[in-house]
Design a protein around this ligand. Structure first.
Ligand SMILES: N=c1c2ncn([C@@H]3O[C@H](COP(=O)(O)OP(=O)(O)OP(=O)(O)O)[C@@H](O)[C@H]3O)c2ncn1[C@@H]1O[C@H](COP(=O)(O)O)[C@@H](O)[C@H]1O
Length: 114
């Protein structure tokens, strides 16, 4: 396959067809925002927004997932480190949504550090 400039883009296309989309964080955050707005029954995300402990529910999860991430790193268990990091990032995004922040706020903060 060629792009309009004639460059061969096929290698990029076939390099790793199962690679996750770069937009996965945006898609996940959109899903979280949607759960926050609609509060569907059976949604774990919605349960964090309506929890009787309030924001402490997600804050406690962030504490737990942080600890599990650290333990996985100390064990050099890379699969577990990846899994727990994903749990941690998900709960962090829920916290941002809870505080009416979004990925653009996070991106701007990171960008300012370059
Ligand atoms: N990315 C996540 C995600 N990551 C973690 N979790 C939940 O966070 C909880 C983590 O709790 P625990 O650590 O106790 O569970 P665990 O990971 O099984 O156990 P540990 O080994 O970590 O102790 C589990 O209930 C997970 O299901 C998530 N729940 C939802 N999402 C995303 O949110 C979307 C919407 O989910 P619902 O809101 O449930 O519809 C999903 O399609 C996913 O894309």
């Amino acid at each position: 396959m060629s792009d309009p400039d004639g460059a061969d883009t096929e290698s990029a296309d076939v390099e790793d067809p199962d690679a996750p989309s770069e937009a996965v964080l945006d898609e996940l955050f959109d899903t979280i925002e949607s759960r926050k707005a609609e509060l569907p029954e059976g949604s774990y995300t919605a349960s964090l927004f309506t929890h009787e402990k309030g924001e402490n529910a997600v804050l406690e999860k962030i504490g737990e997932e942080s600890t599990e991430t650290i333990l996985a790193a100390k064990d050099d268990d890379l699969d577990e480190l990846t899994y727990e990091s994903a749990d941690l990032v998900y709960h962090l995004l829920v916290l941002l949504a809870m505080k009416d922040l979004d990925l653009d706020d996070l991106r701007a903060e990171l960008r300012d550090r370059f």
